[in-house]
Design a protein. Structure first.
Length: 368
């Protein structure tokens, strides 16, 4: 996957008020989405690994791409949690290259990929609950000095848009940026390529989504009325990319759709009899693994399955997805910055494997 620099959107618009830092209370479709993205993919892999022949296992195992985060970052990192808790950085990347993307209004002439969704998933000691902290892509951050894939160094820079780090330097620098801004040690990295979900969606026969308000986006060609829709792979790719057709056109509206889609995808996968159909299971798992990039510690079916089993005790009713508290930037109202003292209190709670106070979830930019 290329990580060359790509042009950024000049304006993403103000953050939507519905993306605030409160705990989701509208029902299971709206809650616990961050961790379920990871659990859903791992569930498919676990089922596939346990029910297929050795040659199938090797074939699927070879699909997973690994990134040596530890080697790239060296020793200058935050301390590990003093407990058995774990922190996982989940990125939803969106490649814009290729003829298919051009047909979908995705900028087919653009190389590289964007990190459209970023979640720091914190699983406390005991692994019976979890919290996913969403970092808005248009958050201005200080990017530390990083080493690019070709061995050259990129100097540190201030007031850099968060999602540009991935496209300019690569995934290891995203991990380093998150660690520097939060003081939180990232134990594992998992990247999900949204474009790769096209084949996965077609493999499972489509994904059903609930559309609250009509979506009409001339850029992607997506035109959906309010109500229930079953999307095929091509429609799903347009759905997770649309921004201009959602709410006020802000980035948080798109993040909400992406998370909703991944939740619906998990629901569809869990509804199918994967163990009863090895052929279907392999087809689905093959598509899922092709869309995955992980740190070296998870870059095999065995490692992923073991990690999935270690989270069997997580109680879904206790999972929570919140947004990093942000405020509008005073120089550029189309960008946001981490709001203090709320953001600092949130990261401190994660660093100490503690309970996140309600005051640390309030985001001035959303009125939450």
């Amino acid at each position: 996957m290329s990580h060359d620099a790509i042009s950024q959107d000049t304006h993403e618009g103000r953050s939507a008020s519905h993306g605030g830092g409160r705990k989701r209370r509208q029902g299971p479709r709206k809650r616990r989405r961050g961790l379920k993205i990871t659990l859903g993919v791992l569930l498919v892999l676990l089922l596939a690994g346990g029910g297929t022949a050795y040659w199938m296992y090797q074939d699927l195992d070879g699909n997973i791409k690994g990134v040596d985060i530890d080697k790239a970052l060296g020793e200058d990192r935050p301390e590990k949690l003093p407990t058995t808790g774990q922190n996982l950085l989940v990125l939803g990347s969106d490649s814009r290259a290729g003829a298919e993307n051009k047909e979908l209004g995705g900028g087919g002439g653009v190389s590289g990929a964007r990190s459209d969704t970023a979640l720091v998933v914190h699983i406390p000691e005991g692994r019976t609950e979890a919290t996913a902290v969403s970092i808005p892509r248009d958050t201005l951050v200080t990017r530390p000095e990083c080493v690019k894939s070709d061995g050259s160094k990129m100097a540190s820079a201030e007031r850099v848009m968060f999602n540009s780090v991935y496209s300019q330097v690569g995934p290891a620098c995203v991990v380093k940026t998150v660690e520097k801004m939060s003081g939180v040690r990232i134990d594992h990295y998992l990247e999900i390529n949204f474009a790769g979900f096209k084949d996965l969606v077609d493999a499972i026969g489509g994904v059903t989504v609930e559309v609250d308000e009509p979506i009409k986006d001339s850029a992607s060609g997506l035109d959906l009325t309010a109500g229930t829709h079953k999307l095929d792979g091509t429609e799903s790719l347009a759905y997770v990319r649309t921004r201009h057709g959602v709410g006020d056109g802000s980035d948080l509206g798109r993040i909400g759709l992406q998370q909703q889609f991944l939740m619906a995808l998990l629901t569809e996968i869990k509804s199918q009899d994967l163990l009863g159909s090895p052929t279907s299971t392999y087809k689905i798992a093959n598509s899922a693994t092709k869309s995955l990039t992980t740190d070296e510690g998870l870059a095999s079916l065995t490692s992923l399955a073991e990690f999935a089993r270690s989270m069997n005790g997580v109680d879904p009713s206790s999972m929570e997805t919140i947004m990093l508290p942000v405020a509008y930037d005073k120089q550029d109202p189309n960008r946001v910055v981490a709001a203090e003292p709320q953001a600092g209190a949130l990261w401190k709670a994660i660093r100490t494997d503690g309970t996140i106070p309600e005051s640390a979830k309030k985001s001035p930019a959303t009125g939450g």
